[in-house]
Design a protein around this ligand. Sequence first.
Ligand code: SF4
Ligand code: SF4
Length: 290
Amino acid sequence: MKEIVVVSGKGGAGKSTITAGLSYFLKENDILVDADVDAPNLKILLEPELIREEDFYSGKQFKIEQDFCIMCGRCYQECSFEAIEIVNLNYVIDDVACEGCGLCQFLCPVNAISVSDKLTGKKYVSKTKYGFNMVHALLNPSEENSGKLVAEIKKIAKNLAKEQNSSTIIVDGPPGIGCSTISAISGSDILLLVAESTISGLHDMERLIELTKNFKVKRKGFINKFGLNHSIDEKLVNLFESKEIEIVGYLTYSQNIPQYLKKRVNLPEHIDGYKKLFEGLYNRLMEAVG
Ligand code: SF4
Ligand code: SF4
């Protein structure tokens, strides 16, 4: 079983469009993972039907039990994050501001503060319109630990792949170079680094190449919106060459692409030219991964 992870140093570089295009060539028993747990969007193109869902717990949730609180105000005075406020003459904890340090619970003289695991998101397995299963997730707004959630859905994907005898897992990585991206990359066989032909695209690709250089994983390059800025095109080609990263594909800039995506068209599905492009890209990645 081989795992391909598609990453870009930033959001909006076209990573999900490229992943959706590649997924068109997966077999029914293969697996797709949408690891952009803050803003998953592969479902827009792949129209998945939910098979199962699980809760994701991360961190602790502290709560003042009003029946026991004697209103001494100690927690309110000592919380360094100003996460305790007075509402309707009661002390209450603001879940968004609370950092979960536990100091208030430690200080409370009457044990009026309870703690429980915090529900911060959901994990899903769905069947896509192409027949293969997709593992995805959604982290609640403002919650942390996206790296842990990515690790959990990758584990679900790997177990499912074993059950289904899959040969390939494709992962749509999170944008940026944070811990969720590191989590998506860990344990993979090959990375497709998707760069956008813009100044910020070049800058973010430099950072992503730096981040990924110490992972023992093969790297291939891809340039999206090629032709949008000839000077940046050239710099991206030189950047990949200087780091000995082979460029395995280009998607030429076209004003039609946003229109197709707006209509929820997966590029290789209805357009012959794109079908050939993505088929070639898929085959080159398969050859590279061995
Ligand atoms: S757990 Fe820490 S951050 Fe949260 S309310 Fe208590 S003292 Fe403040
Ligand atoms: S420390 Fe305990 S008793 Fe005092 S205000 Fe806070 S919750 Fe209430």
